[in-house]
Design a protein around this ligand. Structure first.
Ligand code: PLP
Length: 451
């Protein structure tokens, strides 16, 4: 069976560490990992099973993507049936029915009039596609001088050259040369002095949105194409927007004709309640980038959602002219579409987009119960997102957060995510109160005993 095969390969990897050399793991300290690997063999519902047979509670929905939990029967069945029926169909001047059906379904979920869907295969591709669409939109309507892109410090927008250029994580940028020209960054909004241990939206920091006014004053609005922002960032260690900040950014964009792109790769598909973070924050951008939860993580897929106004700008060419010179071989792949349709059905049937609101207070109380533990310098939460920031260990190699993450996996049978000094949490939306108690019980014990 397929499960036996998976177990066979896991056993092989475990038995012969030398067989682990060839896989150059992404965003990983390869030597350190291979000396003491953490390998997952199978998954179901809220749990993984490790190759050594332990049941591991999933505190991170894989990598912020398995929002409906693992191996959900409807999704598994849809993918199996799809591969037997139509394994691949090109989408350049050809197609199959599935991407159209899916796009209509997605357009019902998006905020405002973001009714048009461009398919990609990942968050990074969604971001680079969105930036290109923003530039081409201005050019199509005769404002081709609007080429400047604005991101934020600490922003994470994937790893394409566009994404790392507008992104604001120094390690992701410094190795890779001069990047895109004409990019600026707003300041980030993380402020431990004023906002540590805020529950939900931090009260201070709305004035940081005025950075955008300063960019306009410096460069003139006529040169600025778009601003890209994660409503909540994950990779920078979970940054929750100050109360009113996103709305203020929207107002400034409107004032100057600048497009607003929300990168909802992690906030999309129920993470903070509603289908998209935009709806929870009641701020509608012009473009949304998504991925991850769109297929519940089981087949790679991303999407860019654009407003009527943007889409319309591409439709005035002569008959027979290509709208947008952009696309991927796997844009609208049948397996991904089948997985996404079954995923949307699962979200709807089980009302999973309501879970982050229903459980929000419980989650907030549970995570903030860790306040006062040794070295905990901040706790942040919103929806079913959480972060525990630990004081750095001056001079010592390895962060406390990394130690907590590895101990949580080996001793606590809990999967968390570590970024810098932060333990990030984002459980599948099927999480129950008992799992939340378990997550924070385990983390509390481990943080208490990590020097
Ligand atoms: N944008 C945001 C906000 C993300 O959090 C991520 C991944 O975590 C990406 C883009 C990149 O997505 P991918 O890894 O699928 O390319």
């Amino acid at each position: 069976s397929s499960r036996a095969l998976a177990e066979h390969y896991s056993a092989q990897a475990q038995a012969a560490p030398d067989s682990m050399k060839a896989f150059w793991m992404p965003f990983t300290a390869n030597k350190q990992f291979k000396a003491a690997p953490r390998l997952l063999a199978s998954a179901s519902g809220m749990h993984y099973r490790s190759v050594d047979g332990r049941e591991v509670l999933d505190g991170t929905a894989g990598l912020w993507c398995c929002n409906a939990g693992h191996a959900r029967p409807r999704i598994v069945e849809a993918v199996k049936q799809q591969i037997e029926t139509l394994d691949f169909a090109p989408n350049f001047s050809m197609s199959s029915p599935l991407p159209f059906v899916l796009a209509e379904r997605l357009a019902e979920l998006t905020p405002g009039d973001l009714n048009h869907v461009f398919y990609t295969n990942s968050g990074s591709e969604s971001v680079d596609s969105a930036l290109k669409i923003a530039l081409a939109y201005h050019r199509a309507r005769g404002e081709g001088q609007r080429t400047r892109l604005i991101g934020r410090e600490k922003g994470y927008h994937g790893v394409g050259f566009g994404g790392i250029s507008v992104g604001g994580l120094p390690n992701n940028r410094k190795w890779f040369g001069p990047l895109l020209p004409g990019v600026d960054h707003l300041r980030h909004t993380l402020d431990l002095e004023r906002n540590a241990f805020s529950r939900g939206l931090p009260p201070s920091g709305i004035e940081l949105a005025e950075d955008l006014e300063r960019m306009v004053a410096l460069h003139d609005a006529s040169t600025i194409a778009a601003v890209i922002i994660e409503p909540i960032s994950g990779s920078a260690g979970v940054v929750i927007p100050p109360d009113g900040y996103l709305r203020r950014i929207r107002e400034i964009c409107d004032k100057y004709g600048i497009l607003l792109i929300f990168d909802e790769v992690i906030t999309g598909f129920g993470r903070v309640g509603h289908a998209f973070g935009s709806q929870r924050f009641n701020v509608t951008p012009d473009i949304i980038t998504a991925a991850k939860g769109i297929t519940n993580g089981c087949v790679p897929m991303g999407a860019v959602f654009v407003s009527e106004k943007i889409h319309d700008a591409f439709t005035h060419g002569p008959d027979g002219a290509i709208d947008l010179f952009h696309g991927y071989t796997y844009s609208g792949h049948p397996l991904a579409c089948a997985a996404a349709l079954a995923t949307l059905d699962t979200y709807a049937e089980e009302n999973l987009f309501d879970r982050a609101i229903e459980l929000g207070d419980y989650w907030e109380d549970a995570i903030h119960s860790l306040r006062g533990l040794p070295n905990v310098i901040d706790i942040r939460n919103f929806g079913l997102v959480g972060a525990i920031e630990l004081a750095p260990r001056p001079g010592a190699p390895g962060t406390r957060a990394y130690e907590v993450f590895t101990r949580a996996f080996h001793e606590g049978n809990l999967l968390t995510r570590v970024t810098g000094d932060v333990i990030a949490l984002s459980p599948p939306l099927i999480v129950e109160r008992q799992h939340i108690d378990q997550i924070f019980g385990i983390l509390s014990d481990i943080i208490r005993t990590t020097a």
